[in-house]
Design a protein around this ligand. Sequence first.
Ligand SMILES: [Zn+2]
Length: 269
Amino acid sequence: MRFVAKQPKEGINVSDTHPLVEASTLVVGLTAIFVVIVLAIIFMIEVALFFVSAEDEANLFGDWLPEDLITVAPDDDRLVEIQLLVDRLARHWPDSPYTFRVEIDDSETANAMALPGGLIIVTRGLLDRVESENELAFVLGHELGHFKNRDHLRALGRGIVLAMFFAVVTDSDVAGIGIKATDITIRGFSRRQETNADEFGLAVVNSEYGHVDEAWRLFERWEVENDSVINLVTYLSTHPESGDRIIDMKRQAEAEGWLLTGDVTPLNW
Ligand SMILES: [Zn+2]
């Protein structure tokens, strides 16, 4: 018998399922995979953080500075004053594993951030805008709150946290991990983390001054300036709406029975 090659049937590669059904299956499947990957990353960071204690972190990053930081002159008066203020505020968190270090980022934009190892960076733009020590104390207290809740490490991202984890496990140093301040600031924190940091910051301010007067006055001014001052964009992109924060802080102060007025300390510069 002779073999006669037959043409395959028309449409052999076409599925019986409707294309829209197939497309939606694909979308649902990809979304599910994406969600699983994100959850896995969050889980890995949480696990790594469990191994990287705050003490380890403080040791690893004891004298580290981000690669992209441009600091002001080391003899800038404000640097000395802010460091003294942070030291005073940190006394209200007696079991803190960190030795806090302050650096001033020589930038016009207004921002403050908490970085690994107890490093607090405030920008020149922020310092130009605070009008009393009490205002500044709240901003610094808020950053202390991020350290307390270790938000600053969660914001670092998977790669860096895992690299830290291996540095701890293998007892090596973290010099090889290129961390930029901008990497961390663009990620920002969740609303919940910000609220917790505000609560901690306000408690610190109340312990230090015996009242919370002017703790949120900076935000009150910003609420008015909001649209006109382009330089605020950085702080506002990484922190919640000023108005919401003020409402929450007033509520907290009232619930705790803290004094809303008191002697305001002027800045030393
Ligand atoms: Zn914050």
